[in-house]
Design a protein. Structure first.
Length: 346
């Protein structure tokens, strides 16, 4: 593959466990957006404790980002708002949070939400803001996009279908024809078609899922909402399902750029090594354990084995194995062959 042209098309989740500005500064030609949950707003990831110091750090980082041409995307993407789901209370809350951002000079360029009601509130009250349908809405194609075209300016592709380059190109064509844009999340560590995903996201919308009372009930009944972790903990053949997931290798991103995808979302907000993810996708290359780039990070479950990113076949993304056949896997053995090639003890 020829050296890819540098494009400013990465969306980076704001992180606190590494110096955000120092990590982003050398990579400004690649970073288009930073996405974040404002203090007090629940999202589909656990929030940090917003002490005055943490809040000041977020504000400082976002002001730096805006000063350097990085767009701001704030999240109202909790998967459930309970009894407030359609209410003046929720509408007023959204306005209040946006007002706080505006007071700091940080009114967002884009708002990403899972809620059609919040999207409608934004359309009525803030017609200039770009409204994006969250990847957690799991809209699978242009028919679904069309039903929501009056509410949203931008969409994320369904993770379950995004490895199909022909599908991605069709969605990009639809977007251009309808004055929209489409993006995709490239480093999801979730199981393909995970039946726990909506349940998992709802937990975060109602708090966390890791509170003492949550842990106590889970322990009492032997339950974990991390189906991916319990699945991979079995080892053996279960580990092969990592190849059947929905992630895109950094080296293969140019294929989706050529297909017309406008934005590539990096899940870095809660990852233990966000800078490593950012550098890999900004540089279109990674020499290391691919499992460790994903969110959730399954490195511990795979240990001592690693999935060596440099050992993947050159046609991984276009051969079918890394593209469309995982959507209807017949356990034909091709994934097993690749897995034996790329997975080894360090």
């Amino acid at each position: 593959m020829n050296e890819p042209a540098v494009k400013r098309n990465l969306a980076v989740g704001h992180f606190y466990n590494a110096p955000f500005r120092e990590a982003c500064a050398p990579l400004l030609p690649r970073i288009a957006e930073v996405f974040f949950a404002w203090p007090g707003v629940l999202s589909c990831r656990p929030a940090p404790e917003f002490t005055p110091e943490v809040r000041a750090r977020l504000v400082g980082d976002l002001k730096w980002a805006r000063a350097n041409g990085i767009r701001l995307d704030t999240l109202f993407n909790a998967n459930c708002y309970g009894d407030e789901a359609i209410s003046t209370g929720l509408a007023d809350f959204v306005s209040r949070m946006l007002g706080e951002m505006e007071e700091e000079g940080l009114f967002p360029d884009t708002v990403t939400t899972t809620s059609p009601f919040i999207a409608r509130v934004l359309r009525v009250k803030y017609p200039a803001v770009r409204i994006r349908a969250s990847v957690n809405m799991r809209i699978h194609g242009s028919v679904g996009f069309g039903y929501a075209a009056d509410l949203f300016d931008e969409f994320y592709l369904s993770r379950e279908r995004q490895r199909d380059l022909a599908y991605a190109a069709r969605m990009a064509d639809w977007a251009r024809a309808n004055g929209k844009t489409v993006g995709m999340q490239v480093n999801s560590g979730c199981l393909r078609e995970c039946p726990f995903q909506t349940f998992h996201d709802n937990l975060h919308g109602h708090g966390d899922g890791r509170r003492p009372q949550d842990r106590a009930a889970a322990d009492e009944y032997g339950f974990s909402f991390f189906r991916c972790k319990t699945h991979y903990a079995a080892g053996g053949d279960a580990l092969e399902d990592f190849l059947r997931a929905t992630w895109i290798r950094p080296e293969d991103v140019p294929l989706w750029e050529e297909a017309g995808i406008s934005l590539f979302k990096l899940a870095t907000r809660r990852h233990p090594r966000p800078v490593e993810i950012l550098r890999a996708y900004a540089g279109y290359s990674f020499d290391g354990n691919l499992v460790g780039l994903m969110d959730p990070d399954h490195s511990v479950a795979f240990a001592p084995l690693v999935v060596d990113n440099k050992l993947f076949p050159p046609d991984w993304a276009t051969s079918g194995i890394g593209a469309t056949c995982a959507a209807d896997c017949t356990r034909c053995g091709r994934c097993r062959d690749v897995f034996r090639r790329v997975c080894h003890a360090p």
